[in-house]
Design a protein around this ligand. Structure first.
Ligand SMILES: CCCCCCCC/C=C\CCCCCCCC(=O)N[C@@H](Cc1c[nH]c2ccccc12)C(=O)O
Ligand SMILES: [Zn+2]
Ligand SMILES: [Zn+2]
Length: 478
């Protein structure tokens, strides 16, 4: 049996059952197996290969041959798909994912080589399996199935697969947005990576919670540098470029940005979740107006929950020196900050300048943007409610709440095309998984990958619902 076929006798067969019966089972399982193989290829799976018609035809033959699907390359490597709906008067929506990954070193302590795509204990390991090739393959596999089934969506939709999300999406996502703007497209909603189902990550919360992020933090990359004439190491100045810069970054690390917990969308998120926390946290979370400062002090002890409390400061690169007996004439450090929704880029820059407090340290903004607007999540918000319904179709007792993306996604470039931007993938993450993003042992379970395919398969159909579910049963609403 293949990688997913034994698991496929569970969830995937249920999808097949809803389709046209046994006729499709073999084809679908074979296809799922194929797409899982592609996922396992890690770095070797690039859409450059996919530009080879044979490769495309092999992986997603129906997607690339259907008359309903228009595919175009953007900026050479990004992909834009348009899936035509039967009712052109309905506003289209858009799914996003990205094919590029951050580097991974074979020298780090991976349990399996990061680009082997090896499977161990039910997990497929490899750089990109969580961020974000699982979504790429999940979306395309679901599209393949729905087309094979002969389903014609009523509402048209776009799929955008960026190739440079990890370097700001300035060629991929930005050019996809430019094209759509030129074509006068406005989107009903946009769905990208950026949040998930958290199980055991928020301490005190009973059971998993699906957090559909309605916003994401702002960000800035700062370059701090110190220059002075080089000199002989035997006659050192009292302070060196390296010492001055090291002291500056240390001051930034020792003086975290102020606590803002409860003043951004994370406030709504925890209030929504309050009744699922154990006593006394349920009471505390229901009264953030009073207890937010106390909760912030608890949450800041953990690096994942700290990200909800404040603008974070990460010193990510430090370069200096050319020779061990020459006083370095130049030292530079890069600081990556993620800006809490209750702060602006301008405020953060003022704060950094005052904390560094040394005119010898030059501070330059390499890149920066304010926190993103908060997308609607009320009963009438089509995108939010359809994503929620799709989660509940798969996991009927799941708690679903609006969430907050603490990192950044390509979706931020789409804010002129839609006011309803959501960040969510249906993967279930447990304690320790947050550290796998950009870290070692990045992996996806068979179940998470299957869930991804199921989720998009159902979402495509749910987007054709004429009327929003009035009160879709969820634990939250019981
Ligand atoms: C960061 C992971 C935290 C995990 C929290 C707990 C689990 C939450 C569940 C799920 C999903 C998290 C998905 C995160 C998507 C992150 C995508 C990404 O890595 N984007 C880059 C973009 C980027 C690249 N360079 C810069 C520089 C400055 C700002 C952004 C970027 C990123 O955010 O680093
Ligand atoms: Zn990503
Ligand atoms: Zn990433």
């Amino acid at each position: 049996m293949g990688l997913l076929s034994s698991a496929g006798t569970g969830k995937i067969v249920r999808i097949v059952g809803k389709m046209d019966g046994a006729k499709y089972r073999d084809i679908l399982e074979e296809n799922l197996l194929e797409s899982a193989r592609e996922l396992r290829l890690g770095r070797r799976f690039t859409f450059q290969q996919d530009n080879d018609p044979k490769h495309k035809a092999k992986s997603f033959p129906t997607v690339f041959s259907s008359s309903k699907v228009k595919h175009e390359l953007v900026a050479n490597y990004s992909h834009l798909f348009w899936v035509q709906g039967s009712r052109p008067e309905l506003q289209p929506y858009m799914l996003l994912a990205h094919t590029d990954v951050v580097p991974a070193s074979e020298d780090d302590a991976w349990e399996v080589p990061p680009f082997s795509g090896d499977e161990k204990d039910g997990f497929i390991y490899g750089r990109g399996t969580m961020d974000d090739k699982g979504s790429v393959m999940g979306i395309l596999a679901a599209l393949e199935y729905i087309l094979m089934k002969g389903y014609t969506p009523q509402r048209g939709f776009y799929i955008g697969l960026g190739h440079d999300e990890e370097v700001h999406g300035l060629n991929g996502a930005v050019n996809i947005v430019r094209l759509l703007k030129e074509r006068g497209v406005k989107l009903l909603f946009v769905l990208d990576e950026g949040s998930a189902i958290l199980d055991g990550i928020l301490k005190g919360l009973d059971g998993p919670a699906a957090l559909i992020a309605t916003s994401e933090k702002g960000a800035t990359v700062l370059k701090l540098s110190v220059s002075m004439p080089p000199s002989h190491a035997s006659m050192p100045p009292r302070e060196t470029t390296i010492g001055i810069l090291a002291a500056a970054v240390k001051r930034l690390e020792e003086n975290p940005m102020k606590r803002l917990f409860g003043l951004g969308p994370e406030g709504g998120m925890f209030e929504h979740l309050a009744h699922k926390f154990r006593f006394p946290l349920n009471f505390v979370m229901s009264n953030l107006w009073l207890f937010a400062p106390l909760i912030a002090r608890i949450m800041e002890r953990n690096e994942t929950t700290n990200a909800f409390v404040r603008t974070t400061t990460a010193v990510t690169m430090f370069n200096a020196g050319v020779k061990e007996n020459v006083i370095a004439s130049y030292a530079e450090a890069f600081v990556n900050m993620r800006i809490h929704s209750a702060q602006t880029l301008k405020e953060v820059l003022e704060c950094v300048e005052s904390t560094v407090g040394d005119p010898r340290v030059k501070i330059e903004v390499v890149y920066g943007f304010d926190p993103l607007p908060i997308s609607p999540y009320d009963e009438t918000s089509f995108g939010f409610q359809i994503i929620k319904k799709t989660v509940l179709d798969m996991f009927p007792s799941m708690i679903v709440a609006p969430g907050m993306c603490i990192a950044n996604t390509d979706s931020r470039h789409f804010k002129d095309l839609s006011s309803s931007i959501y960040r969510f993938t249906p993967a279930i993450y447990k304690p320790g998984d947050a550290q796998r993003f950009h870290g070692i042992n990045e992996r996806t379970s068979r179940e998470n990958y299957e869930g991804m395919v199921q989720f998009f398969f159902r979402l495509f159909q749910n987007c054709d619902i004429k009327k929003l579910p009035e009160s879709h049963t969820s634990v939250h609403e019981l």
